[in-house]
Design a protein around this ligand. Structure first.
Ligand code: ADP
Length: 319
């Protein structure tokens, strides 16, 4: 393999830049050429492709977002769109591709491999919802953004003796809610993987109130429903005054944490090494602090699971 490409796709996450940097620098270290593909699969189809040098990825390791930009591309879901992509890769003499993105981007990469084009994926998403890896690039940063917000809200919640509902990202995966709720000492954590009962939430609020608690924090993953609706349900059935904060896209931005930068660097280098050793259709991840790779078909067949022990712990500690 003499020339590879790299792209970022789908929802961006902090640390994608560090991953791009690692792919570029490792490739150059291994004396192969590396091309950056801009705007995800859209740029691949359109041939928005440029050679990367060492300096192309200078001064980005600490920046959120992605210097290659990202996109959602409906055309790439079609066979025709995928073949246009393969043609562009061939035109530029690119022999292998690293795709950094979430599960949608993984499906695009799976198609490229099926069409005979060697592709390796890296988990770039704040949601931590990719099977075969303990952590995704960006999750830790998003989590710390959420915790920063929860700590601040806790201050004002205490002053006014209110119940705060904080809605965090996670349509299908409750990881951000679970981890930030646990780290933020939330009374209740609502995640899409576990059904909730408003009566149980109310009971927890009452118990806390009776023993003199000045504030209550409830963390809700967006996939459970709107924080505003949960607040209405609480106000309709109790005397508690509620306020709602929706964290939204601030969770996607910001300078990546050291953890995310190191993770991205390790995964990015591994992707290059796999391509060089002739591997294709592999999803790179981290498990028990070792860098691993799994067949992408297997990864895409597995459901995302929440850590049940951690969920149980969160219930026990917020009694
Ligand atoms: P994420 O990668 O963050 O999950 P999306 O689900 O939006 O984000 O996927 C990103 C892009 O990956 C899509 O816009 C599309 O170009 C491509 N993609 C998603 N699903 C498929 C599929 N089944 N086949 C081919 N490409 C796909």
């Amino acid at each position: 393999m003499k020339r590879i490409g790299v792209l970022t796709s789908g929802g961006d996450s902090p640390g994608m830049n560090a991953a791009v940097r690692a792919v570029v620098r490792e490739a150059i270290y291994q004396e192969i050429e590396v091309y950056g593909i801009y705007h995800g699969y859209t740029g691949l189809i359109e041939g928005q492709i440029e050679k990367m040098e060492l300096g192309s990825v200078g001064d980005i390791i600490h920046r959120g977002g992605t210097m290659l930009y990202s996109a959602r591309c409906e055309e790439f879901k079609t066979h025709e769109g995928q073949m246009k992509g393969v043609e562009q890769l061939k035109k530029f003499g690119i022999e292998g591709l690293v795709v950094i993105g979430g599960d949608g981007s993984y499906r695009g990469a799976q198609k490229l491999t099926e069409h005979g084009f060697p592709t390796i994926t890296l988990p770039g998403t704040i949601d931590n919802d990719i099977p075969g890896t303990d952590f995704t690039i960006g999750f830790d940063t998003a989590l710390n953004t959420a915790i920063d917000a929860i700590d601040k809200i806790r201050d004002t919640a205490t002053s006014h003796e209110r119940t705060y509902i904080i809605e965090v990202m996670g349509r299908n995966a409750g990881d951000i809610a679970l981890w930030s709720g646990l780290a933020g000492g939330a009374e209740s954590i609502l995640i899409p993987e576990e059904a909730y009962k408003i009566e149980e939430i109310n009971e927890r609020l009452l118990r806390g109130h009776e023993r003199g608690k000045k504030h209550s924090i409830i963390v809700v993953a967006e996939g459970v429903g709107s924080g505003v609706d949960i607040a209405k349900q609480i106000e309709n059935t109790t005397e508690f005054e509620t306020r709602v904060t929706v964290l939204g896209h601030i969770q996607r931005g910001g300078s990546p944490t050291a953890f995310d930068r190191v993770l991205a660097s390790r995964l990015g280098a591994k992707a290059v090494q796999l391509l060089m050793s002739g591997e294709a259709g592999k999803a790179v991840g981290i498990q028990k602090n070792s860098i691993v790779s799994h067949d992408i078909n297997e990864v895409l067949e597995l459901p995302h699971r929440i850590d049940n022990d951690m969920y149980q712990l969160s219930q026990e500690l917020s009694i």
